[in-house]
Ligand binder design. Structure first.
Ligand SMILES: [Zn+2]
Length: 351
């Protein structure tokens, strides 16, 4: 009996060891040994019609804002999970024009616009993927920046993939978020419950409270001399879209606000203010470790991606996160006349 028990224990130990070895070695081995290739994006997307693609082609800038220091690659990750739910949620059980079962339709338009923009300007190459495997280290190292394109929902739970993304940005990579990216790594079916708070910290905000998706606001250019907002010439402008109001960890102590809702020129009556400080940032940059982060709320509708001004704005943002366009990220709340003076004197180039 004792012999049998020893035999069983011994074999159980071997089995445990075998599984532990496979579990520990296999994923690392694959990630380190194989360099998975992700093909450049085709420049088409079934959500973007031929007519819409033509409008995008007409609007995209012909030249980069700066020449790239080396060939650059932008990874556009566009996996939407759970939003907007089944069509039965909507009147007539059909999706309204701006969404389908895969989320915002404008995901397709941003994919096309960024792909064509990189190609025409020669500033970068775009790869579009919705496969979480792109976040393995061997795959991520093929890119200079990752763009989360309207990625509402929880794309993956794998802790090692999440850690790889943190390390990619912290160690000098770029991170960009468009519109619904503020709800990435949340569970949309559970009231946008946060599944990974560090992503919100990296990005600079959480939340997506909004009014009508055609809300008309006056946008204030907060930082007219900033390399990313120069395109607007310092003047504010009226714009119509779905504008989010953010919650923690949004703070001017953490981000450099570029655009915001001008509360003096926009009629926000009719509802009680969504934030007690009345601070409605719409786009910002920040640093995360040695990494460069950009986020913009403006990305709900397809038409944004054939708006020449907005495409120029996004081109600057992309060249910033890729590491070519130097731009200051000192948080808005820390800006003093002395720091402004230093910034005007020229920033050290980003790596
Ligand atoms: Zn939206």
């Amino acid at each position: 009996m004792i012999r049998l028990r020893n035999w069983l224990w011994c074999h159980a130990a071997v089995l445990v060891l075998t599984f532990a070895t496979v579990g520990i070695c296999r994923p690392n081995g694959e990630a380190d040994d194989e360099s998975v290739r992700f093909a450049p994006a085709a420049g088409t997307d079934d959500r973007c019609t031929a007519e819409e693609r033509r409008k995008i082609e007409e609007a995209i800038p012909a030249e980069g804002i700066v020449a790239p220091a080396k060939p650059r690659r932008l990874l556009v990750f566009d996996l939407n999970v759970g939003y907007p739910g089944p069509p039965t949620r909507f009147p007539g059980q059909v999706y309204p024009a701006h969404v389908d079962a895969r989320g915002h339709r404008s995901i397709g338009h941003a994919n096309v616009a960024f792909t064509l923009m990189g190609r025409r300007t020669g500033a970068f190459e775009t790869v579009v993927s919705r496969d979480p495997e792109v976040f393995r280290p061997a795959n991520l190292k093929q890119f200079d920046a990752v763009c989360f394109n309207n990625t509402v929902g929880n794309p993956f739970d794998d802790a090692s993939l999440r850690q790889n993304l943190i390390e990619f940005v912290r160690d000098g990579g770029g991170l960009m978020g468009i519109h619904g990216a503020s709800l990435t790594f949340t569970d949309w079916s559970k009231g946008c419950q946060d599944t990974w708070p560090e992503f919100g910290v990296m990005l600079g905000a959480r939340g997506a409270n909004h009014r009508d998706y055609r809300e008309r606001v006056f946008i204030k250019v907060e930082d007219p001399g900033h390399p990313l907002t120069r395109i607007f010439g310092g003047a504010g402008f009226e714009y119509s879209s779905e504008f989010f109001r953010y919650s923690d960890p949004y703070s001017r102590n953490q981000v450099r606000v570029l655009l915001s809702i001008d509360t003096e020129k926009t009629d926000l009556s009719g509802r009680k203010p969504e934030r007690s400080d009345n601070d409605y940032a719409l786009a910002w940059v920040r640093s995360y470790g040695r990494g460069r982060v950009f986020y913009s709320a403006i990305g709900h509708g397809a038409e944004i991606f054939w708006d020449a001004k907005m495409l120029q704005f996004y081109l600057g943002a992309i060249q910033f996160v890729l590491g070519d366009l130097a731009a200051p990220t000192t948080p808005s709340a820390e800006l003093t006349p002395a720091i402004r003076g230093q910034e005007k004197g020229g920033q050290p180039p980003v790596q």
